[in-house]
Design a protein. Structure first.
Length: 330
C-alpha cells in the first residue's frame, strides 16, 4: 500500500501480490474468534490505496463496537489515509497532545512528511525542514526507548517508515524486524527491496505466506518481489493485480501495478492507457507521473509535462532529483 514508502525509492521498481483466488489451507485463527473483525474492510481499503474510501468507512465504524485498541487502530488508519492523500496539516492539527502514543507517532510522521514536502509546519513556522526532521527522529528515538510504549506496533511502523525515508535501512529494520503484525512484515519486504536484497525480501515474504498467504499484504508483497525478480515472475505479478482489480475498486496503486507489468512485457501502449486512467483518479500521484514519464519515453512521446508535474508536486522524487542533477552538470 502506501505503507509510507518514499516516492524517491518507489521509482526503482514495481509493487505487487500472489493470486487472490488461491485459498490458504491453514486455519485462520481469527475466524474462530467470537467477535467479528470490524476493521477488516477498513484495513483492506487502506492497503489497496483506496484512501478516500478508508476515510469514509472509518467514520461509519461505531466506537461502541470496538475495543480501546481497535479505536486507536481505526483512528491511525484514518489519519494515515489523510497522509496518503497529502493532508499532512490536517493530521498535525487534529492529533492533540493527549492522544494515545500510536497516534502521536502518526503525527510525527505527518510533521516529517510536511518538512519533506518543503511545507512549513504551522507549529514550527520558522524552523527549516532539516531541523523539523531532526526533531521528529529524536522524538521517535525517545518513544522507542520507553519500555512502556516502545514495542507498540504502530509506533514501530511509523518509525520504520521515517527511517526508510531517511534511507537509514539498518535503523528501520532494527525496529520493524523484531516481530509484529503483517504491516511490519510488509514494510520489511519493501526495505529489503530498496536495499537490493531480494533474497531477504523473499524470506520475509515466506514468513507472511506461512502466517496468511491470502492476506492482502501478502499478495502485494508477493507482487513487489515478483516485479523485482522479473522474467516469468512478471506474469504472476500481473495475475495478482488483475485479481485485485476484479475484487476491489480500481485504485492508482492497482493501475500502476498493472502498468508496470505491461511495461516489463514491452506493452507500452497498454501501460499508457492504464496510467492515464490512474492520472484521472489522482493528477498528483507520484507513481503515475513517474511511470508515465518512462512510458512516454519508450513510446517516443514528450515526457516533459509529466516531469514538470512530478518536480512541482513531489520535488524529492528520484526521477525529479536525477533530472535536476543532470542539468547541473550540463
Amino acid at each position: 500500500p502506501n505503507l509510507g514508502r518514499p516516492s524517491s525509492e518507489r521509482a526503482r521498481g514495481p509493487s505487487i501480490h500472489r493470486p487472490l483466488h488461491r485459498r490458504s489451507t491453514k486455519a485462520d485463527p481469527t475466524s474462530m474468534a467470537s467477535s467479528p473483525d470490524h476493521l477488516f474492510g477498513l484495513r483492506n481499503s487502506f492497503y489497496i490505496g483506496a484512501y478516500q474510501a478508508a476515510i469514509t468507512s472509518s467514520q461509519s465504524v461505531a466506537a461502541s463496537a470496538l475495543s480501546p485498541d481497535e479505536i486507536v487502530e481505526r483512528d491511525a488508519i484514518l489519519y494515515r489515509s489523510y497522509l496518503a492523500i497529502g493532508s499532512h496539516q490536517l493530521v498535525i492539527d487534529e492529533i492533540g497532545p493527549s492522544a494515545a502514543t500510536p497516534l502521536q507517532a502518526v503525527k510525527l510522521l505527518a510533521v516529517y512528511l510536511s518538512g519533506d514536502a518543503g511545507n512549513k509546519v504551522c507549529m514550527h513556522p520558522s524552523i527549516s525542514a532539516a531541523l523539523v526532521k531532526e526533531s521528529v527522529i529524536s522524538k521517535l528515538h525517545e518513544l522507542l526507548r520507553d519500555p512502556a510504549v516502545g514495542s507498540n506496533p504502530i509506533l514501530r511502523l511509523m518509525a520504520g517508515t521515517v527511517f526508510m525515508h531517511e534511507r537509514d535501512y539498518a535503523e528501520a529494520l532494527k525496529h520493524t524486524s523484531s516481530g509484529g503484525n503483517m504491516e511490519l512484515l510488509a514494510l520489511n519486504v519493501q526495505i529489503y527491496l530498496q536495499m537490493h536484497r531480494a533474497d531477504h525480501a523473499e524470506k520475509q515474504l515466506r514468513v507472511m505466506q506461512q502466517l496468511d498467504e491470502d492476506h492482502t499484504l501478502t499478495q502485494l508483497a508477493n507482487a513487489w518481489v515478483d516485479l523485482v525478480m522479473g522474467g516469468s515472475k512478471i506474469q504472476e505479478a500481473h495475475l495478482i493485480f488483475q485479481d485485485l482489480s476484479e475484487k476491489y475498486p480500481t485504485t492508482c496503486l492497482i493501475l500502476n501495478g498493472k502498468a508496470l507489468c505491461s511495461m516489463h512485457m514491452g506493452h507500452f501502449e497498454e501501460a499508457e492507457a492504464l496510467l492515464l486512467d490512474s492520472l484521472n483518479k489522482d493528477a498528483k500521484d507520484a507513481e503515475t507521473l513517474a511511470n508515465l514519464m518512462v512510458c512516454s519515453l519508450n513510446l517516443g512521446k514528450p515526457a516533459t509535462r509529466y516531469l514538470n508535474q512530478l518536480k512541482l508536486t513531489h520535488p524529492d522524487h528520484m526521477l525529479g532529483e536525477a533530472n535536476v542533477l543532470c542539468r547541473r552538470h550540463l
